[in-house]
Write a protein that binds this ligand. Structure first.
Ligand SMILES: [Zn+2]
Ligand SMILES: [Zn+2]
Length: 533
């Protein structure tokens, strides 16, 4: 009896860190290799993989967002040699995003190293560098929507439009063993049914197993009409209060959607005159150009706008700011609309705009995307009034608006509608959501007459063909455990090389007194490792 084993490596019981391993008869396919963001992400992104990257035959990437792609350079750095399959726009977007991420990581490592130096602690190394990113980009192979390709021995792949961001894909995988074939479908991130910029998600009927996202598994967005009305009245009032209007946004997709909505409002003669608009993101211009280049993969509305020559994503009075000086000079404008990342305010230029303006009651902030637990954006949305931002205590007097309807994710109704299209023999795994939303969506899917499970992080299931009503979660000699030993060996190598480099630099050091207690505690820790059975 053929069987495919699936390991839920990330985005299980949480939204970020998307990654799944599929194994069949020595063939290993990884779907996504994303970064963790927000709460509990410290140290996890640099951490060990629970498998050997060199044993992975192929990777499939559902879309460019960093929580799906951000650890790919680390995978390549640690030995992955295969192809990374995805769509053309994703290849272009992921190049922009990874090159930006690696810059941010280097800056962050430098900042932490300076902090550490003052405490007598060792410098921080970023998880990967620019060379790793370039090596990763060389491994990408494109696949067109709706075409089928063989990506590993007996493994077929087809990608379908997911309507989430340009290039986003629902992933269909076929695993063939003997006379048997098991079909596994990954929803990736699914767009809302009422799409504006993207095309609607593809409906699929056939699957043995479906892995479905649940970001908004317990919530319904306002309708498109209501969302637009809410944005219109909120923005009009904000313009009248003559302060800064801040829109934290992902540089990819949310920004283009907001720019398009602003442009629509500008076409309305009854709408108040807008102040200058700054798209304060070095990535913003590049991402917007990619959206324009692939407009044939976007909604009819956008294609029509693009055909008539008016670029859908450049409202009047908008400028891109790329240098940090230009970004800082926005502080001198008393009135302006500012779009900046990161979308969840966990870093990037939006942080300094928030720091400079949140105290001001004339400032308005519009949240247009998902805010993960623990991020600055989530804390603001939750109503915290006193925050420490970039080293300063800030009181929040600004008006905050949350527009769930602008999300690039489908809501509960959209997700259930997509799920209900599968034949009743399909079984579901619900992932990519906080436990409450994942459970709520799973309950909804069960009500539709399917089986549904909500795997925990690290769970391994044996998908034993169609006869079994549902896969068993098993914790036998899983890929996780097999790879754990490799991870430990890799760590030991790193410890040895750290020791060597300290030994080599010993002649240049005068701070032996500071070194001794640190080294002594390292020795004690290593001894206690030795004593663990
Ligand atoms: Zn996404
Ligand atoms: Zn996602």
């Amino acid at each position: 009896m053929s069987s495919v084993r699936i390991s839920f490596l990330g985005a299980a019981g949480e939204v970020t860190g998307s990654s799944y391993m599929l194994e069949m008869e020595g063939v290993r396919v990884l779907v996504d290799c994303g970064m963790y963001q927000g709460q509990n992400s410290d140290g996890r992104n640099e951490g060990m993989f629970s498998y050997s990257p060199s044993d992975v035959d192929a990777v499939v990437l559902t879309h460019a967002h960093i929580d799906h792609s951000g650890r790919l350079p680390l995978l390549v750095r640690r030995g992955f040699k295969g192809d990374i399959w995805t769509t053309d726009p994703t290849i272009e977007l992921v190049a922009v995003l990874l090159r930006d991420t690696v810059k941010l990581m280097a800056e962050e490592a430098e900042w932490r190293s300076r902090k550490n130096a003052r405490k007598g602690l060792p410098p921080v190394k970023p998880a990967y560098d620019e060379r790793d990113v370039e090596e990763t980009l060389k491994r990408f192979r494109y696949i067109r929507y709706d075409e089928r390709a063989e990506i590993a021995r007996n493994v077929g792949l087809r990608v379908r439009d997911a309507g989430h961001i340009v290039g986003s894909a629902i992933t269909e995988l076929w695993f063939k063993t003997g006379g048997d074939e098991i079909k596994i479908v990954f929803s990736g991130d699914l767009g809302p049914k009422d799409v504006v910029v993207e095309r609607p998600y593809t409906l699929i009927e056939e699957a043995d197993y479906v892995i479905i996202e649940s970001t908004y598994g317990d919530r319904e967005h306002k309708s498109l009409e209501d969302t637009r009305a809410e944005f219109r009245s909120g923005l009009a009032a904000a313009i009248k209060s003559r302060g800064k209007i801040l829109i934290p946004t992902f540089a990819v997709d949310r920004a283009q959607r907001v720019l398009y909505e602003i442009k629509r409002l500008q076409a309305d003669p009854t709408f108040p005159k807008m102040p200058r608009i700054f798209f304060d993101s070095p990535m913003g211009e590049k991402a917007t150009l990619i959206y324009e280049k692939y407009s044939s993969l976007l909604s009819r509305e956008i294609q029509d706008a693009a055909r008539t020559g008016s670029t859908p994503f450049n409202p009047d009075g908008m400028s891109f700011t790329s240098s940090p000086e230009e970004s800082r000079s926005i502080n001198n404008e008393s009135e302006a609309i500012v779009l900046a990342g990161s979308g969840m305010c966990s870093g990037g230029r939006i942080v300094h705009h928030l720091k400079h303006n949140l105290w001001n009651e004339n400032c308005n902030v519009f949240f247009v995307g998902y805010q993960a637990n623990g991020t600055l954006g989530r804390r603001l949305v939750n109503g915290e009034r006193h925050l420490r931002i970039a080293g300063e205590d800030i009181v929040v007097n600004a008006k905050l608006h949350t527009l769930g309807g602008f999300s690039a994710h489908g809501d509960r109704a959209d997700l259930l509608e997509w799920a209900s299209n599968f034949r009743k023999s399909a079984s579901f795994f619900v992932t990519h959501g906080e436990p409450k939303s994942a459970e709520a969506l799973a309950a909804g899917i069960r009500q539709l007459g399917y089986e549904a499970a909500t795997p925990t992080a690290g769970a391994v299931y044996d998908l034993s063909g169609k006869e079994l009503a549902f896969a068993r979660e098993e914790r036998g000699e899983s890929i996780l455990e097999r790879a754990d030993r490799d991870a430990v060996l890799e760590l030991l190598n790193e410890i040895t090389s750290e020791t060597e480099s300290i030994r080599e630099s010993i002649a240049d050091r005068g701070d032996f007194r500071a070194l001794t207690p640190l080294l002594e505690s390292s020795r004690l820790i290593l001894q206690s490792v030795k004593n663990i059975k």
